[in-house]
Design a binder for this molecule. Structure first.
Ligand code: KG4
Ligand code: ZN
Length: 357
């Protein structure tokens, strides 16, 4: 089955042609980073205007690169939630118009679940073997930070998520405080490489590290507002951060964010006896996080599936790929399908990866 995936939930206009959920025939991404960099974050209306300009050329390039004609498509999949409403609406209106004009089914895709699917695009064998379940996913992006349990029945359940900022936001805001540019995640990743993670002592919220026990209902939740404020205070107190101090400051800050993600993920893997852990979302590109999760999980005798960086940040291959698993079960949507800004925490009703592939 050949599916055209479309993604426009934030600041990337993307289209991809995916065959049978796992063979990516093309993946075209038009990034708006330069447009939003001056504002230090994404401006929804500007993003929508840019999507409108780019969506048709991006879809046409994806079709051309894959050498696929519209009548060869089995369906059109589009991110319908969660995301920035003005941005989502562009992709949704385009996908619906195209679906109606060429007479193909439309499938609405949850962006959060699509990020998880990014770890499985190149690994159909993991999903195909029921012994690999339950699988635990750490989803870390600019909009989300959550630990998700994918039980054998193919449903997804959020065990915990952030109470305030997402991990990517914590990095982007730190870069803004230090005037490093946007997005902060990749810049911090690079600059922190030569730094000493033990030089500065940043708080690890909701871990009990400060002597305050964590409420049981928050054991898999996160909070990054404290570490961000702590960085702000450190910078104010120091007055200026010298070029030689910057790598240490960033390495210590990055470690404070990532260590909590890894520790809670491994605790959940123990509690739910998950043999496999997957790492996905834009922040999953982070070299410190990839190394730390791999090392610590190996020690805990868990297998880690790291989504490849090209399927970590926003892309449409994860959208077209996941849609295959829905189409196979005839789960299609109608043209009056709405776009929703918020993540429905009750993901249990969404099939993630039905057993039989
Ligand atoms: O998944 P994504 O493209 O968009 C959302 O759905 O949010 O994630 C974007 C986030 C940004 O916060 C960006 O700073 C972060 O991913 N990011 C990184 C790295 N590359 C991108 N964070 C840490 N290290 C990286 N190498
Ligand atoms: Zn995303």
């Amino acid at each position: 089955m050949i599916i055209l995936g479309i993604e426009s939930s934030c600041d990337e206009t993307a289209a991809s042609i995916v065959k049978d959920g796992h063979t990516v025939l093309s993946s075209v991404i038009s990034s708006q980073i330069a447009l939003h960099a001056g504002y230090g974050g994404v401006i929804p209306e500007l993003a929508a205007r840019e999507h409108l300009k780019n969506i048709d050329p991006v879809v046409n390039s994806a079709m051309h690169e894959a050498n696929v004609k519209f009548d060869e498509l089995d369906a059109i999949a589009v991110t319908s939630n969660p995301g920035l409403i003005p941005a989502l609406l562009v992709g949704n209106a385009y996908a619906k118009g195209l679906a109606a004009s060429i007479g193909k089914p439309i499938i609405g895709i949850n962006h959060f679940l699509a990020h998880i699917y990014g770890a499985f695009i190149e690994h159909p064998e993991v999903l195909a073997d029921s012994k690999n379940f339950p699988i635990l996913a750490l989803v870390v992006s600019g909009g989300h930070t959550a630990i998700v349990l994918i039980p054998e029945d193919g449903k997804a359940k959020i065990l915990g998520s952030t109470l305030d900022d997402a991990a990517g936001e914590a990095l982007d805001k730190a870069a803004k405080i230090l005037n490093l540019g946007y997005p902060g995640g990749p810049l911090i990743d690079k600059l922190a490489k030569t730094g000493d993670i033990a030089k500065y002592n940043f708080p690890r919220s909701l871990t009990g590290a400060a002597g305050k026990p964590v409420a049981p209902e928050h054991k898999y939740d996160f909070s990054f507002s404290g570490v961000k404020t702590s960085l702000l205070n450190t910078v104010h107190k120091a007055g200026t951060i010298s070029d030689s101090d910057l790598p240490d400051l960033l390495a210590s800050y990055q470690a404070a964010v990532m260590d909590v993600l890894v520790a809670k993920t491994l605790a959940a893997a123990r509690e739910y006896s998950t043999p496999n852990i997957c790492l996905c979302g834009g922040v999953a590109c982070n070299s410190y996080l990839r190394a730390k999760l791999s090392n610590d999980a190996t020690k805990a005798r868990r297998t880690v599936l790291l989504a490849p960086p090209k399927f970590c940040t926003d892309n449409a291959a994860m959208v077209g790929g996941l849609a295959f698993h829905y189409l196979k079960h005839n789960r299609i949507d109608s043209l009056d399908m709405p776009a929703n800004a918020r993540l429905d925490h009750n993901l249990g009703t969404l099939p993630f990866a039905p057993k039989a592939i």
